[in-house]
Design a protein around this ligand. Sequence first.
Ligand code: ADP
Ligand code: MG
Length: 325
Amino acid sequence: MHNLTKEFSLIAKYFQREQSSRHDIILGIGDDAAILTPPAESSLAVTTDTMVYGTHFDDSVPVKALGHKLVAVNVSDLAAMGAEPTWLSLALTCPAINELWLSEFTSGFFALADYYHCSLIGGDVTRGPLSLTVTAQGFVPQGKEIRRSGAQPGDRIYVSGQLGDAAAALAGQQGTIALTDIEQARLNKRLFYPTPQVALGQALRAIASSAIDLSDGLASDLQHILHASKVGASIDAGVLPTSLALSTAIPEQQSRVQLQLTGGEDYELCFTVPESRRGSLETVANQLGIEVTCVGVIEGSEGLRVTLNEQPLLLTTAGFNHFGV
Ligand code: ADP
Ligand code: MG
């Protein structure tokens, strides 16, 4: 960043916190680089996600939610690998220094980071069009990461939580579906404050054969597992887990499942489980109090087949893609 004293003190005020409770941080914010000690016997999982004004969010998103979501989308990628999130770096590009904005943003950011016992270890502040980038790092015991490539024919396909709320909130805002104010507000919570499935991801290390987090929509994200694992799948759209808010907002099943299959931003996990470990999954899900739903099965023949009420279902769009390709 430019060596302006004002910006330096802003970093100290908003980003540098008293003392991290993490013992693996030898040196945090304030020097040219952070110095960290990953535990022996662990692999480091590293991921980056960017949110750009005008592309990923606009003024309808509360600034506090922006801070929350930036942590959530990154931590969700670590959760999908079965990793425990530990360290975050933040690169912030903004047109001007706005202290009210910074204070709202960091309150959302640190509330979620603290919840996961994740520390901000450094970053950058630059001037330019508003853009937010986090690099998240975490630990996973060596050889225990959950990859996209491990699904085998016969494995069951599961999703956590409920699908479609965030996409419905977005559709409501854009006017493509009609929502009452109350419905919109309920669904907005899922769009603005997604909850990454961190505990479930770690519990799945010994259970799941593959996993991915749902950022672009089930149909599109599941295809990544299918391609990486060189398998196909059948899923039953009639059993997709659905919130009361969503079934109230969109009572008609056909359009609701289209949204659940192709709408993004759920940040739930989609994962595959061999038949022999389904019992363990049930136990773990009960212990954690997390809803998991079997939505289909992995098959040898490639491609994704979706049915609804025993009829083949054609998807209207294939999930969110920024470049439209
Ligand atoms: P340099 O010019 O050496 O890259 P900076 O002046 O950009 O360093 O940053 C000073 C310190 O503040 C560094 O430790 C850096 O990691 C930290 N920092 C800068 N911006 C942020 C931010 N947005 N969040 C957290 N730490 C930050
Ligand atoms: Mg430097």
